[in-house]
Design a protein around this ligand. Structure first.
Ligand code: MSP
Length: 468
């Protein structure tokens, strides 16, 4: 397979409705997937849901629901949101699907057979919100800093997976960018962890948790939810768990993750692949967290900006635009509905919407044929470094320049006294709008489509209207 591009989101827990952080990652992946399809790469874009584990079982019980019924409901809600946001995923993997469960069991059997898994016990502080053991030094005032809750003391017989022998391999692969972690500061962060802390073997099973995939060699245990979840990146492209038959799309070009789940990916996921003798993903692309009004948002803390409220107010393309232009990728972003409303009005309603409707209206009076040059985008290097905000800023600069061209040249006067100049200016403006629409395709697919249609038919379709 030539020039393939396989990109994944993390799979989202089905213990609550999607929040804006989920929408942010999924939109960023969608932008990259659409861009790569435009570059004629054979693209596969995977997302899905992480449906096992203590956190989900607990929530289902609290709501008096059968866990399967409980997760079925949320999986549909995620799918529906992605549809509403125009997400072009090629696959949607659910960890409770029969094919995923079978593959996970096959993998665990392989790890057991090749000596990577052994029986033991583990004692530690477990944060159900993170579904991870926490060391004392990761806690703040005895609480998990991400969830604000005290982890539970847990001691259990379990199976452990060998980690330590991969420590140097991981450092080497990350240092050389064979296993690339971007942006750079996250590479530094994980290297400093791997160079200073010994990787402990990790518990990969739970004895007293029913809601999980039973270990094939000891059905008193269920599979640790992170191991179950990581394998989605392979089962989601049709892998059945046979290490000799890995799908062509593997290794993934980009696994996009939030900064809070970098360490678990760079250690447990990477070690699982190495223990299986499989290739690591080519890269992890790490984003920061979205905050609102200076405060952290999280599902467990319950202070979230609702993606549905954004959709209702700004529409799919408005939401995509506001999230992708909300700050530097990799850094934490701070968003508020007020600031986003202002930006929507300034950039989309007044800027882009106004430009398109003026140009299309004026173009009715053109007497020459329009000739769209073959458009070549110069955005590749910015996509390579995930500078979504910079690309959008530069597109908006084009919008402003074109609007200025209209004001400076007053085509509504030219049409009366200098038809040749009018036609020339309009030709330029039509090409400007055309190239703006081309650059917008990965970000605002619906709008780009509408603009192109308007250019063809010379009928302006309404794009963005000012909102309060
Ligand atoms: N199920 C695991 C991932 C397994 S991947 C093999 C999980 N799920 S999650 O639903 O809790 O979070 C999914 C993603 O959302 C993570 O990448 C996380 O960083 C991201 N976000 C959670 N809160 C966020 C913000 N406030 N802002 C941006 N992203 C956020 O972790």
């Amino acid at each position: 397979m030539k020039d393939k591009f396989y990109i994944t989101t993390p799979i989202y827990y089905t213990n609550a409705k999607p929040h804006i952080g989920h929408a942010y990652t999924t939109i960023a992946c969608d932008v990259l997937a659409r861009w790569n399809r435009l570059q004629k790469k054979e693209t596969f874009f995977l997302t899905g849901t992480d449906e096992h584990g203590a956190k989900i079982q607990k929530k289902a019980i609290e709501e008096g629901k059968d866990p399967q019924e409980f997760v079925d409901g949320f999986a549909e809600i995620f799918k529906d949101l992605w549809k509403q946001l125009n997400i072009s995923n090629d696959g949607f993997i659910r960890t409770t699907s029969a094919s995923h469960k079978e593959a996970v069991q096959k993998v665990l059997q392989t790890l057991h057979d090749n000596g990577s898994i052994y029986k033991g016990s583990y004692k530690g502080l477990y944060c159900v919100g993170c579904e991870q053991f926490k060391s004392e030094n990761e806690l703040v005032d005895g609480k998990c800093p991400d969830h604000g809750t005290e982890p539970e003391e847990m001691e259990e017989e379990c199976y452990l997976m060998k980690m330590n022998k991969w420590q140097d391999t991981l450092v080497e692969k990350i240092k050389s960018d064979e296993f690339k972690i971007q942006p750079e500061r996250y590479k530094k962060e994980i290297l400093s962890f791997l160079e200073n802390q010994k990787l402990e073997d990790v518990s990969i099973s739970r004895k007293n948790l029913a809601w999980g995939i039973p270990l094939p060699f000891d059905t008193d245990h269920t599979t640790y939810v992170w191991i179950d979840a990581f394998l989605n990146y392979l089962t989601g492209i049709g892998w059945d768990g046979d290490v000799k038959k890995v799908p062509e799309f593997w290794p993934a070009e980009v696994e996009m993750i939030g900064k809070d789940i970098l360490r678990v990916h760079a250690t447990i996921w990477a070690a699982t692949l190495l223990n299986l003798g499989l290739e690591l993903p080519k890269s992890f692309v790490v984003h920061g967290h979205i905050q609102s009004g200076g405060k952290k948002m999280s599902k467990s803390l319950g202070n979230v900006i609702d993606p549905y409220a954004m959709l209702e107010k700004f529409g799919a393309d408005g939401t995509r635009y506001l999230l992708m232009s909300g700050g530097t990728f990799g850094d934490d972003l701070d968003i508020t509905m007020e600031r986003m409303t202002e930006k929507y009005n300034a950039d989309l309603a007044n800027g882009l919407g106004n430009l398109v409707s003026r140009v299309i209206k004026l173009s009715e009076k053109m007497t020459n044929e329009i000739n769209f040059n073959n458009f070549v985008s110069g955005d590749q290097t910015f996509f390579d470094t995930f500078k979504f905000d910079i690309i959008l800023e530069s597109i908006l600069e084009d919008v402003k320049n074109a609007n200025k061209k209209i004001e400076d040249n007053k085509p509504w006067e030219l049409v009366k006294n200098d038809l040749i100049k009018f036609n020339d200016i309009m030709q330029e403006l039509m090409v400007d709008v055309y190239s703006i629409s081309e650059r917008l395709i990965p970000f605002l697919p619906e709008t780009a489509e509408k603009i192109k249609k308007s250019l063809e038919t010379k009928q302006a379709e309404p794009l963005f209207v000012r909102i309060k």
